[in-house]
Design a protein around this ligand. Structure first.
Ligand code: FPP
Length: 235
């Protein structure tokens, strides 16, 4: 039986979040520059977005650039931004064709202006699409996101705020929390990603490096998720 056949398509996770790690190691293992790892990482992004949409996942959230990633060498940051720009340009048509709504989670104001413009363009042109919501986390940090939510709540003079008030002031407002969090490349960390939203998510870590994360690996994660019994603190 193939892995795909093991999936119960009536019980799919609605929202999958992914920490895409291991591009650098993938390149290093092949004695290639790190940026080639990221270039191949983008190919995986395209495959996984298409696959998630085709099996009817409703929300996919990918961690592409954290608030801490500015500490990387300038040329690597420049390379990542260049890849991002060409991704946005090359994928707009296919997002429209495949009914995908593109959104960014994070503080975009620190990103290069031309990228901000491209993000605004792609977000606007796809905003009414209904098949898959694709969130890319860019200059994203979860603690900063929660702090921003708290400040919004104070500004709005909401007294006695509830958990819902916090959720409503995060970048992910009105989206379901992730059911499944995948991390590639073996590290057992959540790295300041969606801390509030993953309170009850199932976590799946694989040693596979992101550029090698294939269709089969994606199915494996879903099969593993479906084996777990989610109790949300109950018995
Ligand atoms: C982790 O690998 C990956 C990143 C920090 C960036 C992820 C970015 C992409 C997949 C490409 C750009 C994204 C889009 C959406 C166009 P690492 O460099 O931390 O790997 P390492 O831990 O092995 O060094």
């Amino acid at each position: 039986m193939s892995l795909r056949e093991k999936i119960d398509f009536l019980k799919l996770p609605q929202h999958i979040a992914i920490i895409m790690d291991g591009n650098g190691r993938w390149a290093q293992n092949k004695f290639l520059p790190r940026i080639i790892g990221h270039t191949n990482g983008v190919k995986t992004v395209k495959n996984i977005v298409e696959l998630a949409n085709s099996i009817n996942i409703k929300v996919l959230t990918l961690y592409a650039f954290s608030t801490e990633n500015w500490k990387r060498p300038k040329d690597e940051i420049f390379g990542l931004m260049t890849l991002l720009k060409s991704y946005l340009k090359s994928e707009l048509e296919s997002m429209i064709k495949n009914n995908i709504a593109f959104r960014v989670l994070g503080d975009t104001s620190r990103l290069p202006e031309e990228i901000q413009e491209e993000i605004a363009n792609v977000s606007e042109k796809t905003k009414d699409n209904t098949s898959l919501i694709l969130n890319i986390a860019l200059n994203y940090g979860s603690r900063q996101e929660i702090l921003k939510a708290v400040k919004n709540i104070i500004d709005k003079k909401i007294d006695n705020p509830t958990e819902q008030d916090i959720s409503d002031n995060l970048y992910t407002k009105s989206l379901p929390d992730p059911d499944l969090l995948i991390r590639t490349s073996g590290e057992m960390r959540v790295s300041n990603f969606l801390l509030w939203q993953i309170a009850y998510s199932e976590i799946y870590v694989t040693d596979v490096l992101w550029p090698d994360f294939s269709e089969e690996e994606f199915y494996k994660a879903i099969v593993e998720y479906q084996k777990r019994i989610r109790k949300f603190g109950g018995i």
